[in-house]
Ligand binder design. Structure first.
Ligand code: AOF
Ligand code: ZN
Length: 334
């Protein structure tokens, strides 16, 4: 199962909103075939591992291990539970149930009903942890929310409006870590003030993986439509004025502009994870309403003496680590 998790993780940047899944076939205590879900719309892990099995090995003499319950539905690919019942392995060992209502237990039922030996809940915490976005989104019906910001030693998150001094806070050597966060979330969200003042690109430059969908919150539609980020990738601008789609920018009208409605709309669009990068007001809003699952704070070693105050958090981190000249704190809700 640990090997399944390692294989699954190779799909990290490419499978969302699907989960990361790895699968191995074992014969006489030896792994004889491996596979994983390589990308959204591509074959599932079980199919990949089955196709990689050497011709001279009979699949029915193997134990099959997979970190997620095999699916029971016709989606972009046929049901894996069906494939397993055709193979009739010695047994199938599953990490954790699939929370997708199209599956959730039906894959297991199908195989047990066909007389296959099914072993469940092996390393289930690790299996659910790897796919925490996927599990959390189906459980809460909103995306998994990560809040991330960098603040100075004296707790400033940005410069005052007319101050043109250097804006960079975190150690440049942590850019790869921050961009890996961008690449591993499906969407990145900022408020209108950040878009206007910082003109950020919000893309992935210092890590592998693809750019997240960009979400801008602008109730009054006060953003500059010439902002750099609107020229690249896909952007959704939630507002209370108008709905219109032009090229790669989608303006989405919310009659009742609340964070809760934004999050529900994102979930409806199959977005399972959102990285909130600022600014202070937007982050504080998420904190005050307790709309977050994880907070990642990078604290630099420099003081600025003045600036825009960082968001206020009244809890202690679960974990802290020194990373180059920054201290990174991690806060988890569950
Ligand atoms: C598996 N093995 O490797 C994965 C599964 O649209 P589809 O056909 O790709 O189906 C996507 C759903 O299938 C996804 O939401 C999840 O419930 C399950 N993913 N299942 O048996 C896999 N990736
Ligand atoms: Zn499947």
């Amino acid at each position: 199962m640990n090997r399944c998790l390692e294989l699954a993780a190779q799909g990290k940047y490419y499978v969302a909103p699907n989960p990361m899944v790895g699968c191995v076939f074992v014969k006489d205590n030896m792994i004889v075939s491996e596979g994983y879900h390589r990308g959204f719309g591509m074959p599932h892990a079980e199919v990949d591992a089955f196709e990689n099995l050497p011709n001279d090995i009979n699949a029915s003499e193997c134990d099959i291990y997979v970190n997620l319950e095999p699916c029971s539905h016709f989606g972009k690919t046929p049901p894996c539970a069906e494939l397993i019942t055709k193979i009739r392995p010695n047994r199938i060992v599953i990490g954790a149930q699939d929370p997708n209502p199209l599956v959730s237990g039906k894959g297991i039922q199908h195989m047990v009903g066909a007389g296959i030996t099914v072993v469940e809940n092996i390393l289930s915490d690790e299996c659910m942890g790897l796919n925490k976005f996927f599990y959390s989104a189906y459980q809460n019906k909103v995306p998994f929310i990560t809040l991330k910001w960098a603040e100075t030693k004296d707790s400033f998150i940005g410069r005052l409006e007319n101050d043109s001094s250097n804006r960079k806070i975190s150690d440049q050597r942590n850019d790869a870590f921050v961009h890996d966060l961008r690449a591993s979330h499906q969407a990145i969200l900022v408020g209108a003030i950040t878009l206007t003042q910082d003109n950020p690109l919000l893309n992935v430059r210092y890590s592998d993986g693809k750019d997240p969908i960009k979400i801008i919150l602008s109730p009054n539609l006060s953003i500059d439509m010439e902002a750099s980020t609107l020229k690249i990738g896909h952007t959704i601008v939630y507002n209370s004025k108008t709905s219109i789609k032009k090229d790669n920018v989608e303006l989405v009208l919310l009659e009742n502009f609340t964070l809760s409605n934004v999050l529900h709309d994102l979930y409806q669009r199959n977005i399972h994870s959102v990285l909130v990068e600022g600014g202070a007001k937007t982050l504080q809003h998420f904190i005050d309403l307790e709309y977050w699952d994880e907070i990642i704070k990078l604290k630099s070693s420099e003081s600025w003496n003045d600036g825009v105050p960082a968001p206020h958090l009244s809890i202690e981190p679960n974990r802290k680590k020194k990373s180059f000249n920054d201290i990174i704190s991690f806060y988890n809700r569950s």
